[in-house]
Design a protein around this ligand. Sequence first.
Ligand code: T1G
Length: 649
Amino acid sequence: MTVSLSRHGDIALVRLDNPPVNALGRAVREGLLAVLAETEADLSLRAVVLAGAGKLFVGGADIAEFDAPPQPPHLPEVLARIEAARLPWIAALHGQALGGGLELALACRFRVAAAGARFALPEVNLGLIPGAGGTQRLPRLIGAGAALEMAAERRMVSADEALALGLVDHVAAGQVEEDAVAFARAALDRPLPAPVGARPVADPGAAFWQEAAARIAKAAKGQAAPLAALEVMRIGVERGFAAGSTAERARFLALRDSDEAAALRHLFFAERAAPRPAALRGVAPVALSAVGVVGGGTMGAGIAAALRNAGLPVVLSERDPAALERGLATLRGIFDAAAKRGLTTPEEAAARMAGVTGTVGLHGLAGCDLVIEAVFEDLAVKREVFGALATICAPGAVLATNTSYIDPRLIFDGLAGPDRCIGLHFFSPAQVMKLVEIIPLPDTSATVLATGFDLAARLGKVPVQSGICDGFIGNRILRRYRAEAEAMLRDGVAHWAIDAAMRGFGYAMGPFEMQDLAGLDISFLHREAARARGEAVPETPGDLLVRAGRKGQKTGGGWYDYAPGDRTPRLSDKAARIVAPLAGPARDMAEGDIVARLIAAMAAEGQAILDEGIAASPQDIDLVEVHGYGFPRIKGGPMFLTARQATRG
Ligand code: T1G
C-alpha cells in the first residue's frame, strides 16, 4: 500500500511507502488524494500527521516520469488541496525531504523534524526548478535569501538549521511520528497559523535580486535552471503567490522538456546504475582491511589519498627511502591542501596521513588484501612488480594494475592466481577525478571484479567496466577526438578556432589546449614506439612541434605560447609556421560545425566500442566522457547527445 491511513484517536496518521525513496509517483499522488478525501469526510478527526516509511521521508518527485508528459493528478494540485484542507496536516520528517518531498512538507500546516533530518531542493542538479510550490512557499517560511540559497544554489539544511530558519516548527527528541502526533494535539489548543502559501513575504528589494542574479549566473556555468528559480521566486515575492505559482509551473514544464534536463536525468540514472552491474548481483567482494599502493608518484599518491579519504588503511611502497619520502610528502601535501581549502580540518588531514604506512620495497605489502600498482608505464617494470607481489602477498590478495594503455594480459601473463588480477584505471588527480575504468582479464573471478566495483563505490567514484583494447574506452575515444581535430587542421581550420568552439560547447579547454597541458611528448613517444615496431604512423603536427622542442606548457610553448608562470594560451606565430606543412589552406568553419564534427567522431568511436563489446552500454561511454574527460555534464555525453539529435531530426 503506497499510501496508508491509520488513526491515533482523533489524529490520523498517513504513511507513504513507495520504496526505495518514497518518490511521489502517480500512485502516491492518487493515494494522497484518496486519504485526503477520507480524512476530510471524517468529522471525528482533528488533524493529520504525514510520515514516510523506510530510510527517509520523500526523495522527491518520480524522476523516471519526466521522460513522458506529466500525468494527473499533478503534484502542485495535490499539494494545494492538502494546504487548503479543513484538517491541518503535520509533516513528520526523517532522513531527507528533497525536492517534491520538501514541497509536500511545505504544503502542510506544520513540520516536525527528526534529529539528523536534512532538507534540500536539488532540482537544479537535474536541470529543473522546484515545480510544486517550492519557490513560492519556501520564501514565505524562511525569507527570500535562505530560500534562494536552497532553490537555486543547492544549499542543504540540517534539522537544527531548519528550526532556526523557521522551516520546521519542532525537532523531535524521540520517534518523529509520535512526537508529531503529540505536537499536533498541542497545536490544536492554539489558533492555527495561516497556510504557508497565504503567509506574507518581505521583498528584499531590487539590489538583493540583482546581486543574487549575478552570483547565481556566475556559478551556474551556462545552466538555465538556477536563474530560472530566482526569476519565478522574485515574481512570487513581488506579485503574489498565485502569479508566482503560475510562473513557476510554466518554467518548470519548459525546463522539464529541455535537452539540458534530459541530459542530467540520463546521467542521474547512469551514475546510480554504474556501481551495481547486474552480472555481479549477489557476488560478495573481498573484504578490504588494508590496501597497498606501489609507487608514490602523482598517480600513486592520488590513489592513496582517495583510499584514505574513504577510511581505508594504506601501505605505500616505493623502491628506495628517498622515493618513499617524496611519495609521502606528495600525499601529505594533498591532505594539507584539502585542509587549507576547508574541505577537511587540519586534524582530519593529520588522521588521514596517520593511516598511511610507508615501506621500501614490496615485502611490507604482504598483509594487504588488495595491491594497486601505479609505477612507470613500462611493461617490464610492471611485470617485475607483480612477479614479486605474487610470492609476497597472500594467495587471495587482489592484484590490480593502474595501467592507462598497456594490455593487462601482458602485465599478468604467467602469474600464479590469474583469477585475482584486474585493471583499475584511475584518472589523475585520482583523489579528485571520479572515473575508474575497471578492466577484467579473461581469468578475473567475479569476486575480484565485484571487489573492483565495491572499492570504486567506497571511494565515491563512478566505475565503468571496459574490455581490453588499446586505450580502453576513454583514451581510445580521446585518440579519435584528437585525430579528428588534426584532420580539421589539415582541412585548413585553425587550431585556435577548434579550441574556441569546444570551449563554447562547454569543455574547460579545447583539444589543442589540452595537449599543451598534458604534454605533446606523451603521444609523440607512443607514435615513435609504434614506428619503431614498423607500424605506418603518418607524421602529425604534434610530431613537428615536439621535434622543435615545443612540448606544451612544460616547455613554455606547444600549440600556444605561455609566459613564465602563466597558463594562459597565447597565439604563436612560431607554432603556426612549424605546423604549416601539414595544415591545409586556411578556411573558416562555423563553431557549430566544428563541434558537430568532433562529437560525431567521438560517438562513432563509441559505437565501435559498443559493437566490439568493449563497453556494455552507451550510458557507460557517456559516464567515461563526463567523469574522465570533462565532457560538459549538461550535454549528457556524446552517445546521449547524438541519439537525442537523431530523435529530434
Ligand atoms: N525518482 C525516481 N527514482 C529515484 C529518485 C527519484 N527522485 N531518487 C532516487 N531514485 C532511485 C535511484 O535511481 C536508485 O534506483 C534508488 O532510488 C536508490 O537511489 C516536483 C521536480 C534520495 C538521497 O533530485 O539524491 O522533486 O538504481 O542509490 O544513495 O519540484 O537517491 O536502485 O534502481 O541514490 O540512498 C528531486 C534524487 C527530484 C533527489 C537517496 N529529488 N535522489 O540516496 O540511494 S525532482 C532529487 C537522491 C523533484 C519537484 C521536482 C538520492 C537519495 P536503482 P540511490 P541513496
